[in-house]
Design a protein around this ligand. Structure first.
Ligand code: FES
Length: 932
């Protein structure tokens, strides 16, 4: 047999057949390359190898038995797989001898029959449970957690779950305890699983080869949720019933902007399990507590199932015909009087096709550009800032470029909570050797693992970014060739940066000068640095300046576009907030970011829509509310947003809804906003409809109907069609696929995107201008998309935030997300996630709590210049002294009654991250519990 195989490959013989594998491969790879399969009970390709179970033994000529999973494949080795079958069988028998019979029969014929690798391999090898009574210790079951059940008697101590928790999720919640045959997995904190550090991602369940870790079945569900309110007892929420799932559909997660690919197993109209797709283009077999488990809201008893019309001050049930007719009649009157008397807030949770139809309804049916979406509240500064810097309003690089990065600058983002799969992949990369700089006022999970953690006072980002740029220039860490060839504005920027030496930046931001220098060096000296950022950059009075000055760093370093590197990448918040903007649900931009002021673009749309497109930009969301309060707005249609919970200064938002003569709301539930509306349409959720989403790295992905909507419920797509039809102005594009095709025809950026192509080829990154374009995962490799083809550096000075603390309001409130809940919480609060986090809190540092005389769980009155709320205290060293943090997932907490109406100068994005407040112990009970 040849031992001379060039090109870094090895040639082996496997059962007499020559097999070629690459350098670094194992005997297991060679066995698989030969088309053979062997048991691998302690092995998962995604995890490090421990080689402890011996079920993968193969015979190596001249060497004897070897564990295939851990033995390097060397040129010339001769492997006997079939002949070593008895040895693998013996290893399986040894494992089974220590297990109760249910280890082999627990899943036989059940929905998880394919999931127990042990049972499957024993069936393959003819291994049976030991005959006769075997006295085994009964180690018991941990039922404490809503989504993870531990049957200790089925544990074979392979450690896959422990490694999955550490190496995939990055949480280190699990360990192996005990000795010898008594070894078993356990939470590292001791005690019940529910009280451990587990973040409920499900990675341990997915890798467990025996069923020791599983999703609770129906019997368990009845036991563990017996104390929950009826609306939380979603029978389909947890996994198996008695029978196998009848169907499986692949879709894209409807929580957050990561865009995880999920496999949904259904039986009839019920979801049995939702699991991460192992071939998911971004998630690679991983998911989080929301995407993996939080689907029980679909069956909530609180789900709306009939339209509602306000009659004599009360929302009362109506037929669809009545509701459609009522809305169509009122909107016709509004349009005929003044098209700009109408406004529409489209939904970042809805599909692209629904957003496309919504903006088309506003423009082609109503004749106004008054359409916006919640990117106004989060990443509008990204779209504006990135477009000004580079030419297009999206992130510059595919997320997979992370794998090649050697330094990560993570700014104003806590992906561990808000984008958990991204957080896990960043953590994996850091464990793999990349250096990490975190810029965040809070000590987040990733900040605890960072090489440098900068904690600027909220509102001082621009000073910090200018300070980092100052160090890059001062210490010669700029790429002068790149700047000369691909950038403009360097001279002006260099002049400005003279005013931002580290000492001055330290005085402004509180970031120690030496830390700033160290951070700049880590970024500046890396071969392939990447920037990821979140709402901590954008949700400021000077949010667009933040994006511009952060982008400066990548340009100075030559780490974007033609310079290579990891670029500048916003972590978009909601599942389809990128897509909602892409589709033109913006007051100044048509589909594909074409300006409404561009006659050619308007003409293109008008020709397709058979309707004139107004040239004057419409109202932004805050301007819509202001117009309503002033009496200028006659009708407001809000699709899938609970603006009374999520928008800032909710007192003023409520005044707007009360002042507007007609408020229409599409929602799954009677949210606070729906309850304040005049007409409510009950609509379908993301698991119940067809279409596409665009994730944070510009990836079009298919959304598929896994289950049909409940009786009486329609999609947003169908509702828009029905109202338009009743108004005598058909919207065309009868199906979501038709809508995508029409969008592709009017928006050159998406010209090659179709449903059939996505079904056939998988995700496509825009720009994708033609059917033969492969899409553009990495932007600007051949030059920037600005009119002059250059990256534009921005010389922006630091300016103070809109809100400042003073003697009356001495604390600074930061708002953001918690891992267990999503946005207004309307979906996750109606799942067992409520057992994981049951109420909103305000996080207060230990020193501040002591000075205030409050402890964990005490009620505290939080007052701002705009409102007040009573919240429960959670003492946390995540926050700096003088700063507090709260989420906004519980409407009863009224956190957005505290935040200010101040918005980004360029885009109007609210300054959520900077609210001056005072705190005082309260005798009132705290709001923000599960009741709302
Ligand atoms: Fe190789 Fe366990 S899979 S020793």
């Amino acid at each position: 047999m040849s031992t001379d195989f060039p090109g870094g490959r090895q040639r082996l013989s496997v059962d007499g057949h020559p097999v070629d594998v690459t350098d670094g491969a194992t005997l297991l790879d060679a066995v698989r390359a030969a088309g053979l399969a062997i048991p691998t009970l302690c092995h998962d390709d995604r995890l490090s190898t421990v080689a402890s179970c011996r079920t993968c033994l193969v015979e190596v000529a001249g060497r004897g038995l070897a564990a295939a999973c851990s033995t390097p494949a060397q040129d010339g080795l001769v492997i006997a797989v079939e002949a070593s079958r008895p040895d693998r069988r013996a290893a399986l028998e040894a494992i089974v001898a220590g297990l109760p019979p249910k280890a082999l029969d627990a899943y036989q014929g059940g929905p998880e029959a394919d999931r127990s690798e042990l049972a499957r391999e024993c069936a393959e090898y003819g291994v049976h449970a030991p005959a006769g009574a075997v006295l085994l210790p009964v180690r018991g079951i941990d039922h404490s957690h809503p989504y993870v059940k531990l049957d200790r008697d089925l544990c074979i101590a392979c450690g896959r779950c422990v490694r999955a928790c550490a190496e995939i999720q990055g949480t280190f919640a699990l360990t192996l305890v005990g000795r010898g045959a008594g070894t078993v997995v356990a939470p590292g904190t001791g005690g019940p699983w529910a009280e451990s550090d587990c973040v409920s991602c499900g990675a341990c369940v997915d890798t467990c080869p025996t069923g020791a870790l599983s999703e609770p079945g129906l019997l368990d569900l009845q036991r563990t949720t017996s104390e929950q309110a009826p609306s939380e007892q979603a029978p389909s929420e947890q996994a198996p019933s008695e029978q196998a799932p009848s169907e499986q559909r692949t879709t894209t997660c409807g929580y957050c902007g990561v865009g995880c690919t999920l496999e949904v197993a259904t039986r009839g109209s019920s979801i049995m399990t939702v699991k991460p797709a192992m071939n998911g283009s971004l998630n690679r077999g991983h998911a989080c507590v929301k995407g993996r488990f939080a689907h029980g809201f679909l069956n909530s008893a609180e789900r709306l199932s009939t339209p509602l019309i306000r009659r004599n001050g009360t929302l009362t049930p109506a037929t669809w015909d009545e509701a459609i007719g009522f809305v169509a009649g009122r909107l016709t009157a509004v349009r005929d009087a003044d098209p700009d008397g109408f406004a529409l807030i489209s939904s970042a949770r809805a599909t692209n096709e629904e957003n496309y139809l919504a903006q088309k309804f506003a423009r082609a049916v109503m004749g106004t550009n008054n359409v916006d979406n919640c990117s106004r509240l989060c990443h509008a500064p990204s779209a504006t800032g990135l477009a000004a810097a580079f030419g297009l309003g999206g992130g510059t690089n595919p997320f997979d470029d992370l794998d090649a990065c050697d330094a990560i600058l993570l700014v104003g983002a806590n992906p561990t909570a808000a984008h958990p799969v991204v957080g896990s992949r960043i953590f994996q990369r850091v464990m793999g050797g990349a250096r990490l700089v975190v810029v965040d006022p809070r000590r987040t999970y990733l900040a605890r693992h960072a090489d440098v953690h900068l904690r600027p006072r909220p509102g001082t980002n621009v000073a910090v970014f200018n300070g980092l740029a100052h160090v890059l220039v001062r210490e010669g860490m700029t790429d002068s060739a790149f700047l000369a060839a691909h950038a403009t504005g360097y001279k002006e920027l260099r002049g400005l940066l003279e005013d931002y030496p580290p000492d001055r930046v330290a005085a402004i931001s509180g970031v120690p000068a030496e830390d700033l220098v160290q951070a700049a060096r880590l970024y500046g000296q890396a071969a392939a640095p990447a920037i990821f950022y979140g709402l901590g950059v954008t949700e400021h009075l000077h949010g667009t300046d933040g994006v511009r000055t952060l982008s400066n760093l990548a340009v100075l370093r030559g780490a974007v576009g033609p310079g290579g590197g990891g670029g500048v990448n916003p972590l978009r918040g909601q599942n389809n907030v990128q897509g909602a903007s892409d589709m033109g649900a913006l007051p100044d931009l048509l589909p594909g970011y074409q300006k409404v002021g561009d006659p050619a673009a308007r003409h293109r749309c008008a020709a397709a829509w058979q309707a004139e497109v107004p040239a004057r930009p419409g109202l932004r969301t805050p301007q819509m509310f202001a117009a309503a309060r002033s009496g200028a707005l006659q009708a407001l249609w809000i699709i899938g947003e609970d603006v009374l919970t999520t928008d800032p200064d909710s007192t003023a938002v409520r005044a707007a809804l009360e002042a507007c003569p007609l408020v229409i709301c599409n929602d799954l539930f009677l949210s606070d906003t729906a309850a304040a509306a005049d007409v409510v349409f009950p609509v379908a959720a993301w698991l119940e409809k067809e279409g596409t989403f665009v994730n944070f790295d510009r990836r079009f992905q298919r959304v598929r109907e896994a289950v049909v909507p409940p009786a009486g419920v329609r999609t947003d797509f169908a509702v828009l069609h029905a109202v338009a039809d009743r108004m005598g102005a058909g919207l065309g594009c009868e199906s979501p696929a038709d809508a995508m095709a029409e969008c592709a025809a009017v928006a050159p950026l998406f010209g090659g995107v179709t449903h059939s192509r996505l079904d056939r080829e998988g995700p496509l990154h825009w720009p994708c201008g033609s059917p033969d374009s492969p899409g553009t995962p990495r932007l600007y490799e051949d030059g920037f998309a600005t009119p002059d083809g250059l990256a534009h550096l921005a010389a922006r000075p630091y300016l103070p935030p809109g809100e400042e603390c003073d003697g009356e309001f001495p604390f600074l409130l930061i708002t953001g997300r918690r891992a267990e809940h999503y946005n207004s919480g309307s979906m996750t609060r109606r799942t067992a996630n409520l057992r994981l986090l049951g109420r909103e809190t305000v996080d207060v540092g230990p020193g501040d709590a002591a000075a205030l005389g409050v402890g964990d769980g005490d009620a505290v009155r939080v007052a701002s210049r705009h409102g007040e709320a009573v919240l429960q205290v959670k003492i946390s060293d995540d926050v700096e002294p003088g700063q507090v943090f709260a989420g906004f997932h519980f409407p009863g907490a009224a956190v957005n009654g505290l935040t200010s109406p101040v918005g980004d100068e360029a885009t109007g994005c609210p300054e959520y991250k900077v609210t001056a407040v005072r705190l005082a112990a309260s005798s009132r009970s705290a709001g923000g519990g599960p009741s709302r």
